[in-house]
Write a new protein. Sequence first.
Length: 220
Amino acid sequence: MYRQGMRTQSTDISNLDTLDSNILSHLEELTGVWKYGTAKKVEFFPDEFTTVMLTTSDSPELPKILKVLELGPFITMDLEWYSQSQDSISIYTFCTADLCILIQQVGDAPRRELKDFILRNKFVVKDVGNDMKHLKSVFGYDFDFNYDDVHRTVFMKYHLKAGFDAMIESYANSEPTAAFKNKSIIFSDWDQIPLEPQQILYATFDCVGLSKCYPNLPEH
């Protein structure tokens, strides 16, 4: 569990369908297991709930889940990997305006349907450099896909503060309900099963935050 300071309140999320701002205010004290193949509504921003589904790369439902993402106006993408496995990807996260799918890689072989999904869609990303290295390592060094990297097309172009927190502050139009971007989680074990609630919310917020800000960014 990821904690700072004294213990205040512990909440087991295992059987909860909704994680609202009151529950998330004790983010570091969340416990329990987010079951694979299940979804929860999460209040990342006040009065705005995003449906977050956790699944695995070997799920038979994965093709159907990916199809649902394609119904949105745009898709954001982010990746996580275990620091000791630099040639692999542990977590694929994809979000639309109100739906986020977190896919944990199981086994070494990449899923063909996942590669096809990335190839046939355009994605909104932020600073894709390291992600691209891992994608090429997993899917082949000739791998490429269609994306809008707002780090380059917006923040560098207009000489804006490029950090994630600065983007949220300037373009989300509201403050997050919790400090989801706990730096201690960055180097956690993204291959562990099950993932801890804090890991899931951290990885998801990367995409949710970008989805929230993207419509408000300067024209590009």
